[in-house]
Design a protein around this ligand. Structure first.
Ligand code: 26Y
Length: 821
């Protein structure tokens, strides 16, 4: 009846309360008095999901009747963060839900905090995919995010004796109320075996792939609601299951254990996310994962094509496929295979569709991070795809030869196959050749893509290359993470329009000198710092002073990101205080967060050194709390939400030319932190936007870096010439931070003095000087607050809405399809 209907879809407080109690009873099988915090969370999630499902059905119907062009975002990683709070914001019912919870006698914040992090990604690339999904829905662009439903996401990080210890992340243990399994949306994925030629009924020569293994991919759908709109798009993640037919084959010959084993083996494919952000040589399972989700996704798109517009000839009009780095680039060969081998197309027609449907985003210039697969592994797992890659390469290299008249050196460099040493398939080259558009993720990065990494390709196809500077969603990183600041901004601007149109933050500029605003701005920041201090005290035992500068570096631990440069500055502050304990130093809290790849020894040693330095400094009575160092364990989207609002200073100190964009830089600045940074990635554009007087710049430019490298870089000269630098490094080697062990950190200090591939020592002096400016600037509270306000006011460009608009207009050529509320 009508009443029942409204408790599932109604947006009033009464409807939410009744819906919540119904879900608690009918889904969780509990009533108020005996419900656990988890029961309460599940009931709240289902109550929220009910409202989203109504909008989802409408969206699906409208998209179908409109035959709308659809963006398929293929990504091996998605890092959406907890859904509940974000969905309430996007539904516009945070206040109603808070009141409803209070009237039911529930702790709303505790319910929100109960949700597990869906950690299906490593870092920036996976989080970018999640921000883009939010913006695609908010901008009402029909889209599907395709990826893998990892049973275990990125490991949970604990710190034991200062070292990172990895714990498996069993995020599905308590159930996942946001996903809907679609057991009937299931596709076979083939591996191994061989190919053979045969003649079809028309007498044409065709290829057949006879696989050695077949695994099923099953769809699990998570609805992604836009902010303040009715549009709900789909995050469709694939889970691997044993294929029935293969199971039964084994069962039929009586091999029951063999059949069960095959099932277990099949399910390993979507079992765990690889916790590296660089390829590890020869990881067969990772290649299997990539092909697994790519094959399911392309088959699903072909199914959708037949269900909507019809014949495959218009596939590239119905869909655009965005490749999030090279991880899904096998999709190019897979689409060719399906069009030719399963749908009877000849090469030219299939290639015409394929190269018009794909676009590729590059996220790295680091040579060690470029994916290649050995031809022998590729052939063993994907024999038909290797033939197709060879054929693409043959057509392509013939074009290159004609265009550059026999420049065989160039042909060798551009080939999809590296022939020096063991032959390898170059996935980046495949992605460029198979796509109609290629983009980098920040202006500097895209320039370097054109002039260094893909120079030969840019010479050949200059129009193929674009820039789309990354962005982040203000819904999660401002409204969800920092409700106090968001309220203050809305009150000051007289509207909350900035949440959907971030350029409106400019309205803050008019108030940047207003002392009333200054006071409230400061209060909001202090409150966030108190919250973070309490959180960190609870989890680490370290107590921070909310009056201190909160100086934060939170990102994956990597030598190129130079957490050790930050450490050298901390050691410098420590030595200064020890030398003159009475000096008037601005108190600082140095906060780190980030995971190291489990096999990356140097990154793990950096974590150990951070904790070792923290232990000595925090316990030194002479320091008396003037500086504090703390490592936040298990930095992820959920925990990050405590960090961004509380930061005064954002550390973005990678060696220029190495960080493709960075997105943490945007999250911090949007929350009123000032940046200390190099001219790297999107820092360049952030500085342009906020104004150079509101940004702490230091260090070599990318140009200067490559010049230094050409001249020959000798880090030991810096060590020998700079007495303070020498004494900071020597202090590490003295054993002070390692209970007298002079060897523990040697691998790190030796690498700095003898190799220093990321030029920490070359930028040390400039960094220290810049940090001194930061401390001086912080003394002038009014001035600092003004800079903080201006940083927020000028961050409009870095909304992922702007990024998605650029993709839609310049790359995808897609249009909004509004769904009425
Ligand atoms: C090959 C595989 C193991 C792999 C898995 C994850 C390789 C790379 C990655 C992740 C890369 C990544 O997160 N890159 C970051 O992408 C961000 C979004 O564009 C950029 O802001 C950031 O500079 C870049 O390092």
């Amino acid at each position: 009846d009508v009443d029942r209907e409204r408790t599932r879809t109604g947006m009033s407080k009464t409807a939410l309360k009744q819906g919540f109690l119904d879900n608690l009873f009918y889904i969780q099988g509990r009533f108020r008095e005996v419900a656990t915090p988890h029961d309460l969370y599940m009931a709240a999630a289902y109550t929220t999901r009910d409202r989203i499902l109504e909008r989802w059905i409408k969206s699906a119907q409208r998209y179908k009747t409109n035959q709308s062009r659809t963006v398929c975002y293929l990504s091996a990683e998605f890092l959406p963060g907890p859904h509940l709070a974000n969905n309430l914001v996007n539904l516009g019912i945070v206040e109603t839900a808070t009141e409803a919870a209070h009237e039911l006698g529930l702790d709303f914040d505790a319910i929100i905090a109960e949700e597990a992090e869906p950690g299906l990604g490593n870092g920036g690339l996976g989080r970018l995919a999640a921000c883009f999904m939010d913006s695609l829905s908010t901008l009402q662009i029909p889209s599907i995010g395709y990826g893998i439903r990892y049973e275990f996401g990125i490991f949970d990080q604990t710190i034991e004796d200062g070292w990172q210890v990895e714990k498996s992340d069993n995020w599905l243990r308590n159930g996942n109320p946001w996903e809907i399994p679609r057991p009937k949306i299931r596709f076979p994925v083939l591996y191994g075996g061989y190919t053979e030629q045969y003649r079809d009924h028309d007498g044409r020569s065709r290829t057949r792939w006879v696989p050695a293994q077949i695994i099923d991919g099953v769809a699990y759908d998570t609805p992604i609601l836009g902010y303040g709109v009715g549009n709900v798009n789909l995050l469709r993640l694939w889970k691997a299951e044993a294929s029935e037919s293969f199971d039964f084959q084994a069962f039929n010959v009586g091999d029951y254990y063999g059949a069960v084993h095959a099932k277990i083996e099949a399910e390993t494919i979507s079992k765990v996310l690889y916790p590296n952000d660089e390829p590890e040589a020869g990881k067969e399972l990772r290649l299997k994962q990539q092909f697994f989700f790519v094959s399911c996704s392309i088959q699903d798109m072909i199914r959708l094509q037949f269900n909507t517009v019809g014949p495959l000839d218009s596939f590239a009009e119905k869909f655009v496929i965005q490749l999030n780095d090279t991880h899904p680039s096998l999709a190019i060969a897979e689409l060719m295979r399906l069009l030719m081998d399963e749908h009877d197309m000849d090469w030219d027609r299939a290639w015409d569709i394929t190269h018009r449907v794909f676009c590729y985003t590059n996220h790295t210039l680091l040579p060690e991070a470029l994916e290649t697969w050995s031809v022998s592994l590729f052939e063993r797992l994907l024999p038909r795809h290797l033939e197709i890659v060879y054929e693409i390469n043959r057509h392509f290299l013939d074009e290159v030869r004609v265009h550059f008249l026999g420049d065989e050196d160039r042909v060798r460099r551009m080939s999809l196959i590296a022939e020096d040493g063991e032959r390898r398939v170059r996935m980046a080259n495949l992605a460029v050749v198979g796509s109609r558009a290629v983009n980098g993720v920040a202006a500097l990065h895209s320039e370097l893509v054109k002039t260094t990494l893909f120079k030969d390709f840019h010479d050949f196809w200059p129009d193929r290359f674009h820039n789309v500077t990354n962005g982040v969603t203000p819904r999660r990183f401002m409204v969800v993470a920092n409700p106090r600041l968001s309220r203050l901004i809305s009150e000051t601007c007289g509207s909350d329009d900035w949440i959907r149109d971030l350029d409106r933050l400019r309205d803050l500029e008019a108030h940047a000198m207003d002392s009333g605003l200054h006071e409230r701005w400061h209060e909001v920041k202090i409150a966030a710092k108190r919250d973070l201090a309490a959180w960190l005290k609870h989890r680490t035992g370290v107590l921070l002073d909310p009056e201190a500068i909160f100086d934060v570096q939170a990102k994956r631990i990597h030598e190129y990101k130079r957490q050790h440069l930050n450490l050298l500055h901390i050691i410098r502050c420590y030595q200064r205080l020890k030398q003159s304990p009475n000096q008037d130093m601005v108190p600082r809290a140095f906060i780190f967060g980030g995971k190291a790849a489990p096999g990356y020894f140097m990154a793990k040693l950096i974590i150990k050194l951070i904790n070792a330095v923290a232990e000595v400094i925090n316990n030194d009575p002479q320091i008396n709390g003037f500086i504090r160092v703390v490592f936040m364990p298990d930095f992820n989207v959920k925990n990050g939400q405590h960090l961004y609002p509380a930061a005064n200073l954002s550390e973005q100190i990678s060696l220029a030319g190495k960080e493709a964009s960075g997105t943490g830089n945007m999250k911090f600045s949007m929350n009123g932190a000032l940046t200390i940074g190099t001219l790297d990635g999107a820092n360049v554009e952030i500085r342009e936007e906020v104004g150079k007087e509101n940004f702490f710049l230091f260090g070599m430019s990318a140009e200067e870096v490559s010049q230094r490298q050409r001249e020959g870089y000798h880090p030991w000269e810096h060590y020998a010439k700079d007495a303070e630098l020498k004494s900071d490094i020597d202090l590490i080697n003295s054993g002070l931070f390692s209970h007298g062990d002079t060897q523990l950190f040697r691998p790190l200090t030796d690498r700095l003095v003898n190799q220093d591939p990321f030029m920490v020592l070359a930028d040390y002096r400039a960094y220290i000087a810049c940090q001194d400016h930061v401390a001086e600037a912080y003394r002038d509270h009014r001035h600092w607050t003004r800079m903080s306000i201006l940083n927020v006011a000028r961050m409009g460009k870095f909304s992922s809405d702007r990024a998605i608009r650029e993709y839609a207009e310049h790359i995808w050529r897609t249009e909004p399809h509004p769904i009425d509320l």
